[in-house]
Design a protein around this ligand. Structure first.
Ligand code: ADP
Ligand code: MG
Length: 256
């Protein structure tokens, strides 16, 4: 992999980067997030696991304001989430998100996918954006695909482009919502390896995944959700060998 900085160059900075306090959200009668308190330190890798429908995706989506919250507060780097306009676009750049379904711009080339936001939101000139894009595509192992369109790539390649696109914005934190769930089995590792490398490089990451191997090796902390609540938080070692709650024991017995 090529040397290209991905984390914001703010090395002296430490402390809490993402802070959720008493966050509640409803979808109609459904109380999808219930009194969520979650603090993520700079450089920390947090893996969120839990049964389907427990609110993991909604949690991720509130952090970059794809969903609003009913009450409570969310701050990124000490600042509350903006509501609209340019501030919101910058927030979305600061909080990179990678979805299960890749979500690349289908009518743009791979290279354009990775340069667009840099020029529009980060106001980089075209040449600098191109250089950064090519370095990132090289880093995630898809530089040979730069001039192709997303549909011409495998799922694993598309997901690595999606990661490069988010990284191009110099995010403060990266959210991954089941990034390997839609992939054929043989492509899962190529994506997990890119994420492992990112974790080793010090990126702050929130990762929703069922890949327990990744959780064990990359996570600093596991957050277990059920029915809209954080039921348990522990180190991966502690969580996998000695889950405290019945909900977590039950969940682990089904997936391990
Ligand atoms: P998870 O990612 O853990 O599977 P989600 O956050 O996607 O859970 O969903 C949590 C619950 O909220 C589910 O019951 C889901 O059906 C519901 N839900 C998610 N998005 C919406 C929405 N936009 N409108 C109504 N209900 C929703
Ligand atoms: Mg989900």
């Amino acid at each position: 992999m090529t040397e290209v900085s991905v984390a914001k160059e703010d090395e002296a900075a430490t402390g809490d980067l993402v802070v959720l306090k008493s966050v509640n959200k409803h979808f109609g009668a459904l109380h999808v997030l219930q009194d969520i308190d979650l603090t993520i330190a700079r450089g920390e890798v947090v893996v969120v696991i839990g049964p389907s429908g427990s609110g993991k995706s909604t949690l991720c989506r509130t952090i970059n304001r794809l969903e609003t919250i009913d009450d409570g507060s969310i701050t990124i780097d000490g600042k509350p989430l903006p509501h609209e306009g340019k501030e919101l676009a910058r927030l979305r750049a600061d909080v990179g998100m990678v979805f299960q379904s890749f979500n690349l711009f289908a009518h743009k080339t791979v290279l354009e996918n990775v340069t667009l936001g840099q020029v529009k939101v980060r106001k980089k000139d075209k040449k600098a954006a191109d250089e950064r894009a090519r370095a990132l595509l090289d880093r995630v192992g898809v530089s040979a695909q730069a001039e192709k369109y997303p549909a011409q790539l495998s799922g694993g390649q598309q997901q690595r482009v999606a990661i490069a696109r988010a990284l191009a914005m110099e995010p403060k934190v990266m959210l991954f919502d089941e990034p390997t769930s839609a992939l054929d089995p043989e492509m899962i590792n190529e994506v997990l390896e890119v994420m492992q490398q990112l974790a080793r490089d010090g990126m702050t990451m929130i990762v929703v995944t069922h890949e327990m191997g990744f959780a064990r090796s990359a996570a600093n902390r596991v957050v277990f959700m059920a029915d809209g609540r954080i039921v348990e938080e522990a180190s991966p070692d502690q969580f996998f060998s000695n889950p405290r709650s019945d909900r977590a024991k039950d969940f682990l017995s089904k997936i391990l």
